[in-house]
Design a protein around this ligand. Structure first.
Ligand SMILES: *Cc1c(COP(=O)(O)O)cnc(C)c1O
Length: 423
């Protein structure tokens, strides 16, 4: 063999097309202000762990009991991830193998209910997640979903409705948590209702796990015996998920993941989860979580001052849901115009939205990513102003104004390099 064949060619040589696209995506993530509340920028350390030879290894099973040989190293990696999660969240049992948040929830259903059984979750258009029983999903089709929502007058979860529905429908599982909830989730109240009707409470903290870990949102531990979370949202880890539970349910959860739902765990992800959990246990991460919430409050106040209508009137966490009805614009074209202006966000349904999900009345924004870049209250004020100007520009189809905003945005983002992209 010649020396040449033994030197691994770089990505840019093997596949210049994909390499260039990755470069372009890095540019894009760097130039724009990312306001999507479910996204974040992982650290260079987390990125590094993700792109390693751990991707080459098969490890069906759990540490110490695998169906493949050669687990001397992987067993240690997974055990470290599990122990760090247990200690960070204060739980008895953790499974770090779910491929993502959706399969984590499916595994919980597989562990505790049969096809046709009743589960109760928050309706998607009210702020729940697809996997909480939305009609077009597996959870909506193979189970019997009952759905709760928010109160029209307060925009907050309607706990009376939750209690009434639970008493009437006797669900086996009650799911709390969601994707567009700007307010604190009342875990003790959900736990009381679940206990009254003999249901298992599943807390899905995908969005807020980093806030829980950072001590700025109450923890579901002690209230919900089973907790699912993604690892890539406020927790700022790689794409993945975890199931946290009491010792009592540990075996059932583990067998629901393997052999129930999945095959081999993604070991490179497990390693990166371990790194993210180490970072999340630091004082720096606690202050990051506090800053995420503080920034969201400033941004909410600034938007309110500019006449934006916020669902529930504000925020307790990292997320803000805007109802654009009073601005006389629609969610989707506005989101697209703001994206062209360098403000990346979601169009989103608002509770009781009269408009279709493909072009709803609202926008969903959040502060995890901008806070990871080190932005603070001053920058939140600029963002609110750009959103206001962007909405008016969209309304007037003024592409010059959109371009002017993007130029200003780029000037700001250039002085706030994102973690992992700092070179
Ligand atoms: C993001 C999210 C999920 C799903 O996570 P994926 O990794 O996208 O599958 C589940 N539940 C909630 C509440 C979420 O916000």
């Amino acid at each position: 063999m010649s020396v040449m064949t033994r030197v691994d060619p770089a990505l840019a040589d093997v596949d210049p097309e994909i390499a260039a696209l990755i470069g372009a995506e890095q540019e894009r993530q760097s130039a724009k202000i990312r306001l999507i509340p479910s996204e974040n920028y992982v650290s260079k350390a987390v990125l590094e762990a993700t792109g390693t030879v751990l991707t080459n290894k098969y490890s069906e099973g759990y540490p110490g009991r695998r169906y493949y040989e050669g687990q001397q190293v992987i067993d240690q990696v997974e055990t470290i991830a599990i122990e760090r999660a247990k200690s960070l969240f204060g739980v008895e049992h953790v499974n770090v193998q779910p491929y993502s948040g959706s399969p984590a929830n499916l595994a919980v259903y597989f562990a505790f209910v049969q096809p046709g059984d009743t589960i109760m979750g928050m309706a998607l258009p009210m702020g729940g997640h697809l996997t909480h029983g939305a009609p077009p999903t597996l959870s909506g089709k193979w189970l019997h979903p009952v759905q709760y929502g928010v109160r029209k007058d307060t925009g907050r979860v309607d706990m009376d409705q939750v209690a009434d529905l639970a008493r009437r429908e006797r669900p086996k599982i009650i799911v709390c948590g969601g994707t567009a909830i700007p307010r604190t989730i009342d875990f003790p109240a959900f736990a009381q209702i679940a206990s009254d009707v003999g249901a298992l409470l599943l807390a899905d903290i995908a969005h807020i796990a980093g806030l829980v870990a950072g001590g700025v949102h109450p923890s579901p531990v002690g209230h919900a015996p089973v907790i699912t979370t993604t690892t890539h949202k406020t927790l700022r880890g790689p794409r993945g998920a975890m199931i946290l539970c009491t010792e009592e349910h540990g075996k059932k959860i583990d067998s629901a993941i393997l052999p129930g739902l999945q095959g081999g765990p993604h070991n490179h992800t497990t390693a990166a989860i371990a790194v993210a959990l180490k970072e999340a246990a630091t004082p720096e991460f606690r202050s990051y979580a506090a800053d995420v919430v503080a920034n969201a409050k400033v941004l909410a106040d600034e938007l309110l001052a500019r006449g934006f209508d916020l669902v529930s009137g504000g925020t307790d966490n990292h997320l803000i849901l805007i109802d654009l009805t009073n601005k006389d614009v629609r969610g989707k074209p506005t989101a697209k115009a703001l994206d062209r202006a360098g403000l990346e966000l979601n169009f989103n349904a608002v509770p009781f939205d009269p408009r279709p999900p493909a072009n709803p009345s609202g926008l969903r924004i959040g502060t995890p990513s901008v806070t990871s870049r080190g932005m603070g209250p001053d920058e939140m004020k600029h963002i609110a102003r750009w959103m206001d100007e962007g909405v008016e520009a969209a309304k007037a189809s003024d592409e010059d104004a959109i371009e002017r905003i993007f130029a200003e945005v780029k000037e700001l983002t250039a002085s706030f390099p994102a973690p992992g992209l700092r070179g």
